[in-house]
Design a binder for this molecule. Structure first.
Ligand code: G3P
Ligand code: MG
Length: 374
């Protein structure tokens, strides 16, 4: 058997390479596995080659998503091998005791995720709308839907008594918003408020003469996005708008509100997810730890030489390929980008960000890497 690709359970030689797989457009199209996804992952498990799944998707707790992936892909996935868009939010401990606004996802699944991450006080736009329907007149037809899962607000919207009014300390977009109108309105209200106190207007905001940072006051609540994807590969044959599409729409509204083309200011935000460096750092750390744990599990006692190469297999040049190409590893690991033709990238076109290799599907990616590692 080729060097670096052992068979069976006992591990005698440690492969110095591993894989990071994107999910949508590489392993799945929405909930349908791509033809050779399962055999690719089973092959690597059999060869003791470690891999992680690194997705800009989300909307459920990791444990729930893993169980779903395991049944769809007929594969065992250790929890450590799975990283989704909002996984890094779980480490933002300074907000755990604050009041956060959580957006996106089906019904209030993302609220559950945030609570399981340890955030103590979580509010959703649905909670606010259910309590104050006039806050967004154009979702009146959805009121019963929201009331089906809304929870009471921790405090009322009472601008006459700001000290006891609902105050949002940070805004987190966990997953793709289902009601762009309501969510845009609520985010705007929070960002233009005095220190996150809903129902108030900050005297600093709305003043176009202020410098750009006039809209990021010291006490203005920070806004976190978990996924930059403008487009993604769903079941439909053409790419669909992702969370990056919502952000672009919000930024258009924000620019218009803060002064338009001439005087409008940029939306102050933090965007996580592929292709950004922090997401790849988080993934690399997790992959290195996971590789070591796998080897120990298989009874390997020796020294584990450092990981030399990670093959990042993705379908989106803007996230998977750009991120791997730009990633600067502090552990000396080389991230090699491999682009598949089963997702966002259109076969035969020139990708905006050139991968190391373009292949048909995930199995071609695994085989190409295996041959390279011979
Ligand atoms: O919402 C999911 C989409 O943004 C893409 O996910 O798995 O291709 O990173 P993925
Ligand atoms: Mg993808």
């Amino acid at each position: 058997h080729r060097r670096g690709l052992q068979t069976g359970q006992s591990v005698t030689k440690i492969p110095e390479f591993a894989f990071a797989f994107d999910i949508d457009g590489v392993l799945l199209r929405s909930s349908t596995p791509l033809p050779r996804a399962t055999q690719s992952l089973q092959y690597l498990q059999h060869q003791n080659i470690p891999f992680i799944l690194l997705t800009n998707g989300g909307g459920k707790h990791e444990s729930e998503r893993i169980a779903d992936l395991e049944s769809r892909l007929s594969i065992h996935l250790p929890p450590a091998s799975f990283i989704q868009s909002h996984t890094p939010f779980a480490s933002l401990n300074s907000y755990k005791d604050k009041t956060i606004l959580v957006l996106g996802g089906d019904e209030d699944k993302c609220r559950d995720v945030a609570l399981r991450y340890g955030f103590k006080t979580v509010v959703t736009p649905g909670d606010i709308f259910a309590a104050y329907p006039s806050i967004w007149p154009f979702s009146a037809h959805m009121l019963e839907y929201y009331r089906g899962f809304a929870r009471p607000l921790p405090a009322p919207i009472d601008p006459a008594h700001p000290d006891r009014s609902l105050k949002i300390d940070a805004v987190f977009v966990f997953n793709d918003p289902r009601d762009w109108g309501l969510d845009t309105q609520i985010i705007k209200d929070v960002l233009l408020s005095r220190a996150g106190i809903l129902g108030t207007l900050s005297e600093k905001n709305g003043n176009p003469d202020l410098p750009n940072n006039g809209f990021q006051q010291d006490d203005q609540p920070p806004l976190f996005f978990s996924n930059p994807d403008l487009l993604w590969a769903a079941k439909y044959h053409l790419p669909r708008l992702g969370q990056g599409g919502f952000r672009a729409a919000l930024e258009g509204v924000w620019s218009a509100i803060t002064g338009g083309k001439e005087n409008g200011v940029a939306l102050y935000k933090t965007v996580m997810g592929k292709p950004h460096q922090p997401t790849y750092e988080f993934a690399e750390k997790r992959l290195v730890e996971h590789r070591e744990a796998l080897l120990r599990e298989k009874g390997y006692q020796g020294e584990v030489k450092p990981l030399k190469r990670v093959y990042m297999v993705g379908d989106n040049p803007e996230s998977d390929i750009l991120g791997a190409n730009n990633y600067e590893s502090k552990l000396g690991t080389d991230w090699t980008s491999v682009l598949v033709e089963t997702g966002v990238y259109e076969k035969g076109t020139e990708p905006k960000h050139r991968p190391r290799k373009i292949v048909g599907d995930v199995w071609d990616a695994v085989r190409w890497a295996a041959v390279e590692q011979e």
